[in-house]
Write a protein that binds this ligand. Structure first.
Ligand SMILES: *[C@@H]1O[C@H](CO)[C@@H](O)[C@H](O)[C@H]1NC(C)=O
Ligand SMILES: *[C@@H]1O[C@H](CO)[C@@H](O)[C@H](O)[C@H]1NC(C)=O
Ligand SMILES: *[C@@H]1O[C@H](CO)[C@@H](O)[C@H](O)[C@H]1NC(C)=O
Length: 269
């Protein structure tokens, strides 16, 4: 009943985390939320790979908490904070976030969420009623051009835990921005992919000064063949990391990880 449709995306100047906390009084510690006056059927974990984009994170939290609360979900937000001055490794951070989130709760599905994407319509439900869902199908920066479905999967998308394990999660070995979203689509194979109504799946992209032109672009058949030959060796079954700290913030759980060294004894399925 609380879904109003299109949202005005506000980017307040000089926003502070304290202000965002104040605006969300119903949050329990660790960024969890339960609707106060109904029993919810949906339990959603949100995993946000993070590499020091503090302003973006504040704007995401400012926008995403009311968005999710209007959907009356039980949810939690996990920020996976990469330390060390190596290149951003979004795939591996997603694997860590998945793993740590599932230790806490039996989540129905996990949404992987880029820190710089703000949903523009709250009828874009953060649940996935089939196996998986690609939520961010149209982004303002790309003139809301609809992404081709089968060759790219990035931005905001969801998997049920059982299917995440089936595709062996994400690659751990891409130390940069460009390839993992095509890789994940290649792993996907025949899994059915749900998408919101194209008008609901719209997002605003916060500018980060990085080149995103490679995104949303399918890669060569040779690249896809290469993935198909080795995805079973590179993924959640070869995940090594050290959890340096886990801080329970009012609006999120901050998982700080060192992913540069494969840590002996880290759990693998
Ligand atoms: C934001 O901060 C800058 C620098 O301190 C200040 O000039 C500006 O007026 C502030 N904007 C708002 C909306 O408070
Ligand atoms: C990464 O950072 C952590 C914490 O600062 C440190 O303990 C670790 O040795 C670093 N790893 C590398 C490979 O630099
Ligand atoms: C997460 O925790 C680390 C370690 O305390 C801290 O350096 C970092 O600023 C925190 N990040 C966020 C987004 O809270």
């Amino acid at each position: 009943p609380l879904l109003g449709g299109p949202l005005k995306v506000m980017i307040p100047e000089n926003l502070t985390m304290e202000q965002v906390v104040e605006k969300n009084p119903l949050m329990e510690l660790r960024g969890q939320y339960q609707p106060p006056n109904c029993w919810t059927r949906h339990h959603t974990a949100i995993v946000v790979p993070y590499y020091g984009q503090a302003q973006h994170l504040q704007h995401l939290l400012f926008h995403l908490h009311p968005f999710l609360q209007h959907q009356q979900l039980h949810y939690a937000i996990y920020v996976v904070n990469q330390v060390n001055n190596t290149a951003f490794n979004r795939g591996k951070l997603r694997n860590v976030g998945f793993w740590e989130a599932m230790q806490e709760e039996d989540w129905d599905w996990v949404f992987f969420h880029d820190v710089n994407l703000l949903p523009e319509d709250n009828r874009n439900l953060y649940i996935c009623d089939i196996f998986s869902a690609h939520a961010s199908v149209a982004i303002d920066k790309f003139n809301y051009k609809i992404v081709p479905c089968s060759c790219y999967l990035g931005g905001v998308f969801a998997l049920r835990p059982v299917h995440y394990l089936k595709i062996n999660g994400f690659p751990n070995t891409y130390w940069n921005w460009d390839r993992e979203d095509n890789d994940i689509a290649a792993r996907w194979g025949g899994l059915a992919l749900g998408r919101p109504h194209l008008l609901f799946g719209r997002y605003h992209m916060l500018e980060d000064g990085l080149d995103h032109s490679h995104e949303q672009s399918p890669k060569s058949p040779g690249f896809l063949a290469e993935i198909q030959s080795r995805w079973q060796q590179d993924g959640v079954n070869s995940l090594g990391y050290t959890l340096l700290s886990k801080e329970l913030q009012p609006l999120y759980t901050n998982l700080t990880v060192d992913i540069t060294v494969p840590a002996p004894g880290t759990p693998v399925p």
